[in-house]
Design a protein around this ligand. Structure first.
Ligand SMILES: [Zn+2]
Length: 197
């Protein structure tokens, strides 16, 4: 009789997150940003979103740990993992111009709310206001859009829902953030599916 050895359970000790450093290039300037991801595909997807948000000319993504405690890295990390709540404001810890949250990077001034909508690839109007009236708030769920009265979710909520979904947020996460039932999220996802491109 042969006793087979138990294989090592490698998957049970795998890390929860991988850490990367994105170096962005624009206007002959660079900036490094810490990225937390589930895996390399997730990191690459985030890098493209960050690149679009910051208007980068190019970037490199290194498998190398960098802190994500600075406001910019933290913001992108929170966007990637949908760390926003419908009920709590997300106050920007960076710079302000005329009471608007901004980021000075690559010798340019970037308005935070527009930057966030670019990250999520949502078409934006020139000025994004918030329904919470908190001048420091950059929580995308508090952004003010034209509302769609025929539905429980506003048009903006729907776009945010789809943007977060495309980044891999779970239905429960989206439902919690939008403060609706999971069935509402599923219904809106289905509507989008059947509406076609
Ligand atoms: Zn707010």
């Amino acid at each position: 009789m042969v006793l087979a050895g138990k294989p090592l359970q490698a998957s049970s000790v795998s890390k929860l997150y991988e850490k990367y450093t994105l170096i962005g290039f624009r206007n002959k300037k660079t900036r490094s940003i810490g990225v937390i991801a589930n895996d390399s595909n997730h990191a690459q997807a985030q890098a493209l979103d960050i690149s679009r948000a910051l208007g980068l000319e190019r970037f490199t993504l290194d498998y190398k740990q960098k802190s994500v405690k600075d406001p910019v890295s933290k913001l992108f990390c929170d966007l990637a993992y949908n760390n926003f709540s419908h009920s709590v404001c997300y106050e920007w810890r960076g710079s302000y111009t005329n009471n608007s949250p901004v980021l000075y990077a690559f010798g340019a001034r970037l308005y935070l709310r527009n930057l966030i909508l670019d990250y999520m690839d949502i078409r934006k109007d020139s000025v994004v206001k918030t329904k919470c009236n908190n001048k420091e708030c950059v929580n995308p769920y508090h952004f003010l859009y034209k509302t769609d009265k025929a539905s429980k979710l506003t048009g903006g909520d729907k776009r945010i829902l789809l943007a977060f979904r495309s980044q891999g947020a779970s239905v429960s996460q989206i439902a919690k953030a939008l403060n609706v039932h999971r069935s509402t999220v599923y219904r809106n996802l289905n509507e989008h599916l059947h509406a076609g491109p």
